[in-house]
Design a protein around this ligand. Structure first.
Ligand SMILES: *Cc1c(COP(=O)(O)O)cnc(C)c1O
Length: 356
């Protein structure tokens, strides 16, 4: 730390992303990336003209992609804001709606960025414990008198909260903003976007990083009432007006336009998830009922960290969180069927003690 760092940031603990090793080729099941490339239509955006146009700023209104999304999701364009990943949307949400008086609440086990942003922006955060089985008790959020952010399905537990529960949470907190982070919604479950006409305090955010194979393009989005979106735009235009680059805007449109590719590949991932989950249970793992592109699992006898290290040794990366309540668990991203076969083969050998 230099002696120039703002004293407010002295105790800030930054978000720790999953490993992105450059030196060795791993089977990478640790950061919930897509195992298949994006739609071939995304590849077609890279022609000479587009490269030449990189000299120009991108459209600060992000129009092409907003238009495509408004048609796809059946929303008005004024209800959509794009972010440089949904992480940026989350940051805009904290900047726009939270302060000393308007505090924040979220589950104790959830996406690691929520406490980081709360700390970065100096917002008091209430961490509401999940039940013993990691499910969210919706009643804990009724009349909370705080803004709320909930990942649905939740990460890293993979569990989905029914829309009736989301609705009651929005309904009982009419004077606060309720943000539903739907990074994984395409892998199972229904989007809260259908509730938007009824609740002016509801915001939904999502991303092209998980289900659209575009983590490297950094495209996130928020859906809400035109008023909420206008507030978020106020932040965006005070912070980073050109937040989506030219190539990502085009890649996003190409992805939305190729719905067949999107749906057929999602179906493959879901099938692989269910097969992998069954196989892990046969190896005496407890596996949560994931509605995402990852599994959250712990073994009867072997510690999470042990398994993580042994897998890594064999060239397979999964995510282990050294965190209370979940340190026995592994978060395993769903890869291709071939990758999951290799993962399961290695895991079987580890459990049997064939590898030391
Ligand atoms: C991955 C993830 C995000 C962030 O995704 P971006 O790549 O920034 O769009 C947000 N929320 C949850 C719960 C996630 O798992």
């Amino acid at each position: 730390m230099s002696r120039f760092l703002s004293s407010q940031l002295a105790n800030l603990e930054p978000y720790v992303p999953g490993e992105q090793p450059q030196e060795r080729k791993y089977i990478k099941l640790n950061t919930n990336e897509y195992p298949y490339p994006p739609s071939p239509k995304v590849r077609d955006i890279l022609d000479t003209k587009e490269i030449d146009d990189l000299r120009l700023y991108p459209d600060p209104q992000t129009r092409g992609l907003v238009t495509a999304m408004s048609e796809y999701y059946g929303l008005r364009e004024e209800q959509i804001l794009l972010g440089n990943g949904s992480d940026e949307i989350l940051a805009f949400f904290f900047m726009a709606f939270c302060d000393q008086k308007r505090k924040i609440g979220f589950p104790d086990i959830s996406y690691g960025f929520y406490p980081v942003y709360a700390s970065l922006f100096g917002i008091d955060a209430l961490k509401i414990p999940l039940r013993e089985d990691f499910s969210i008790n919706a009643e804990d959020y009724f009349n909370l008198d705080r803004n709320i952010v909930i990942a649905n399905p939740n990460a890293p537990t993979g569990l989905y909260l029914e829309l009736e529960d989301i609705e009651r949470i929005a309904q009982t907190n009419p004077d606060h903003v309720v943000l539903i982070d739907e990074a994984y919604i395409d892998f199972g479950g229904a989007s809260a976007l259908t509730l938007l006409p009824k609740y002016e305090n509801l915001l939904v955010c999502g991303t092209f990083s998980k289900s659209r194979a575009l983590a490297g393009a950094r495209i996130g989005f928020a859906f809400g009432s035109p008023d909420l979106i206008e507030d978020l735009n106020k932040i965006k235009f005070s912070f980073n007006p050109y937040n989506i680059n030219r190539l990502s805007l085009l890649a996003g449109v190409a992805s939305i336009e190729d719905n067949h590719y999107f749906e057929s590949h999602l179906a493959k991932i879901i099938e692989t998830r269910e097969e992998t989950s069954r196989a892990l249970r046969e190896l005496d793992f407890y596996v949560t009922d994931s509605k995402t592109n990852f599994l959250f699992a712990k073994h009867e006898k072997m510690a999470g960290e042990d398994l993580y290290l042994k897998l890594k040794d064999q060239g397979i990366l999964v995510r282990h969180f050294n965190q209370e309540r979940i340190s026995d668990y592994l978060r395993i991203t769903i890869g291709t069927p071939e990758e999951m076969d290799e993962f399961l083969e290695t895991m079987t050998a580890i459990i049997r003690g064939d590898l030391t």
